[in-house]
Design a protein around this ligand. Structure first.
Ligand SMILES: Cc1cc2nc3c(=O)[nH]c(=O)nc-3n(C[C@H](O)[C@H](O)[C@H](O)COP(=O)(O)OP(=O)(O)OC[C@H]3O[C@@H](n4cnc5c(N)ncnc54)[C@H](O)[C@@H]3O)c2cc1C
Length: 346
């Protein structure tokens, strides 16, 4: 277990932003994770758990407490059952599952961060989300002071949300268990129109597993959504805003403001409609590359706010507020941030 004092956090985030941690603990076993959490809780010390730092916006003043970086390892495959230690690098785990001929997470290729963070916001992309494959999550329950096993239902997954995100002070994910599918070298059904178009198939068809994986990686790279230290378009936290889910009344009001434009619309649970945050941002006048300061929109994707190299967290938040306010003025829709904010708010 490595303990560092007054440790910079910016290098541990994909935005490369944020001040120092009073204390940074890097844990490589479940016991070290639990020991660190217990000690912080017993001392009443603020605790921040991090994996790959790819969904975090940390304030310029940093974190006045213990930051626990989970660096545990473990990739255990038994038939189609896969158990990942929380610290495993997610994109590498997806690659290994695909190499083993197993479908179920192939469309989640190239997403940065750790396996343990995937249940937190129910990571999803290109028509797939981890909630579909997860059978159980093993977590340390800080309230009960013990390790618990949560079933898929108990994780309360929904769009970019879960029990872990709803109650961030309670659970530390230790292991995530998946049931994958051996479909004789085929992927799960293609659900996302852009993927289907690129592959030249109809939505609902299965394709060669390795081809599905490579296709997604290619699409993501073209949008700056695969990490590349040399490319500032990837110095981001991925999508900065979630796609707004509108109630029937909100959707009617939104349609009334659209005039003769037509916005993307997808059915969402509870008779709601999901529209596209990227479309709203673009149509509100914030195109790719928008901004002249040290933080700008990615030149490849309107949804990614990026650090061009010399930004502070305040620079990034100023841009985020400008975009949020512009979309509200243009369409009456409130954008909500997807990354977790530490010591700051929009
Ligand atoms: C270029 C880019 C592309 C992205 N594309 C996508 C995408 O397509 N789809 C998508 O859903 N997301 C995407 N993301 C967001 C991000 O990669 C995911 O949310 C990822 O799961 C975060 O993992 P992490 O380990 O980096 O978490 P961190 O950023 O370190 O932490 C995020 C949150 O999870 C908590 N957390 C982390 N580990 C644990 C744990 N073991 N137990 C309890 N809580 C924990 C943290 O406290 C924090 O609240 C993208 C990000 C980037 C930079």
């Amino acid at each position: 277990m490595l303990v560092e004092l007054d440790a910079p956090l910016a290098p541990l985030t994909t935005l490369r932003l944020g001040g120092p941690a009073r204390r940074l603990v890097t844990a490589t076993t479940d016991d070290e994770v639990i020991e660190t959490v217990r000690a912080a809780d017993a001392a009443g010390e603020p605790l921040l758990v991090i994996g790959g730092g790819s969904n975090l916006v940390i304030g310029d003043r940093g974190f006045a407490g213990t930051v626990l970086r989970i660096a545990t390892t473990g990739f255990a495959l038994d038939g189609t059952e896969l158990e990942l230690a929380a610290g495993e690098v997610w994109s590498e785990a997806v690659a290994r599952a695909v190499d083993a001929g197993l479908a179920g997470i192939e469309f989640l290729a190239g997403i940065p961060g750790s396996a343990g963070a995937t249940p937190v916001q129910n990571v999803g992309a290109y028509g797939q989300e981890v909630a579909t494959g997860i059978t159980e999550v093993v977590a340390y329950d800080r309230r009960a002071g013990e390790t618990v096993v949560l079933s898929n239902e108990e994780c309360e997954f929904s769009y970019r949300h879960s029990r872990f995100k709803a109650d961030p002070e309670r659970y530390v994910v230790l292991r995530v268990r998946f049931r994958l599918e051996d479909a004789d070298g085929l992927s799960t059904a293609v659900r996302y129109a852009e993927v289907a178009r690129t592959l030249g198939v109809e939505a609902g068809e299965r394709v060669d597993l390795a081809t599905a994986y490579k296709t997604v990686l290619g699409l993501r790279a073209g949008k700056g959504m695969v990490l590349d230290p040399a490319d500032h378009d990837t110095w981001s936290a991925g999508s900065f805003f979630t796609n707004p889910v509108l109630t029937a009344d909100q959707y009617a009001a939104f349609l009334a403001r659209l005039g003769d434009r037509s916005a993307p619309a997808y059915p969402a649970p509870g008779e709601c409609t999901k529209t596209s945050a990227a479309w709203l941002i673009d149509q509100a006048g914030f195109g790719k590359g928008y901004g002249t300061g040290p933080a700008t929109l990615s030149t490849k994707h309107t949804l990614a706010l990026t650090n061009r190299g010399a930004a502070t967290t305040e620079d990034l938040l100023a841009l985020a507020r400008e975009i949020r306010d512009g979309v509200r003025t243009a369409f009456g829709v409130d954008l909500v941030n997807e990354p977790v904010m530490i010591g700051v708010a929009l």
